[in-house]
Design a protein around this ligand. Structure first.
Ligand code: DP6
Length: 354
């Protein structure tokens, strides 16, 4: 790292994973405040690796000095989005104006799988920025204040991204019965998770890789004035407590019930918004029905959750991996686009690469 007249130049690299919500964030208030708390699992293999090079700007400060490369190529759309994001941070972090940034990003999962990349990429960005701020003296690296800032910055870039800053089970959003929770940043669940849940697998079954027709951003805004909004926010508060109790007690029946009901609730909200829309596809339902049948026949507590799209996340305990993998190949891959799936699992969270 080079120092010139109290300014520095250098390069920061972070690897940050995606996450899947069990209790969903759906609906928000300005600025990026969730309408209800959410609870997610941080994944392991689906991640973004992002490098941020920085150097002091030589000419007039003020213009966003940014270059953004995605998988080695310039990406104007993302560059504009990130420049706008940096711009929105200038008031709180004026030091950003004094630097030029070159950001290079790539994902481990192919874009063509329809797997949302905003959680992994925007958390990688939040971490790079927090790291930059700590190097320029705002806070000590790797302290609770650092992780809080990284999660808060990620949230401003994309709500669900703030949960990816921590490994394991994570909560974002204030819950009146869980003291340490906040709307501004995520925290690892503030209780001991039963060992039965510590090694969960997530098989992401790719039903369709097409880009979705309605973005999450638009979906959140359709919760304003939604006829079921109040009931939904109340349900999410209850489900978060129910799920927390299940995680503490090692209660798979409760876990399965809450997780599946949250996924269906999310899609029911889309189907009943104005305008209404449907993101699941016939093969989503085919897989969901087979998961329920398999659970009944084998007593293996495999269950599904859905993101804002047609792909199915099949969650199950790592102890049942052999049987579940066999069943995925024999029965479920027939409903996946070109037999595609991603074999992921609960992960430990982001990693700095130096
Ligand atoms: C359905 O985090 O993508 O995945 O804050 O507008 O960037 P923005 O939305 P985003 O919404 C994610 C919604 C969800 C549920 C969840 O992850 O909790």
């Amino acid at each position: 790292m080079k120092h010139t007249q109290n300014t520095i130049s250098g390069k920061i690299t972070w690897r940050s994973p995606s996450n899947i919500a069990l209790v969903k964030y759906w609906g928000k208030k300005p600025i990026q405040i969730p309408a209800n708390p959410s609870l997610s699992i941080t994944l392991s293999k689906a991640f973004t690796e992002m490098s941020m090079e920085f150097e002091p700007v030589k000419e007039e400060p003020g213009l966003p000095a940014l270059e953004f490369l995605f998988e080695g190529r310039q990406q104007e759309k993302f560059e504009k989005k990130i420049a706008g994001f940096l711009n929105s941070l200038y008031q709180e972090y004026p030091i950003l104006k004094e630097y030029r940034f070159k950001i290079s990003s790539s994902n481990t999962f192919p874009h063509s799988t329809g797997i949302a990349s905003s959680a992994s990429s925007m958390s990688a960005l939040g971490l790079c920025l927090a790291d930059f701020l700590s190097r320029t003296g705002r806070m000590e690296p790797d302290t609770p204040a650092f992780w809080q800032e990284a999660s808060g910055l990620s949230r401003l870039a994309s709500g669900s991204a703030c949960r990816s800053v921590f490994g394991g089970f994570v909560i974002w959003g204030h819950h009146p019965q869980l003291a340490a929770t906040s709307d501004k940043y995520a925290i690892p669940v503030p209780f001991e998770v039963n060992p039965a849940f510590r090694e969960m697998k997530d098989a992401i079954l790719v039903v369709s890789s097409k880009e979705k027709e309605v973005s999450s951003r638009a979906g959140h805004s359709l919760m304003e004035g939604h006829p079921y909004a109040e009931k939904r926010f109340e349900t999410a508060l209850n489900n978060l407590m129910e799920l927390s109790r299940a995680l503490i007690a090692g209660d798979f029946d409760k876990f399965v019930h809450v997780t599946e009901s949250e996924a269906l609730n999310l899609h029911a909200l889309m189907m009943t918004s104005n305008p209404s829309y449907i993101l699941i596809e016939p093969n989503t339902i085919n897989i969901v029905n087979r998961i329920r049948r398999f659970r009944k026949e084998t007593s293996i507590p495999a269950c599904f959750t859905l993101d804002a799209g047609p792909n199915v996340h099949l969650l199950y305990p790592a102890a049942d991996e052999i049987k579940v993998r066999k069943w995925i190949s024999e029965e479920l891959l027939a409903f996946c686009e070109q037999g595609r799936w991603i074999d992921d699992e609960i992960g430990k969270g982001p990693k700095r690469i130096n």
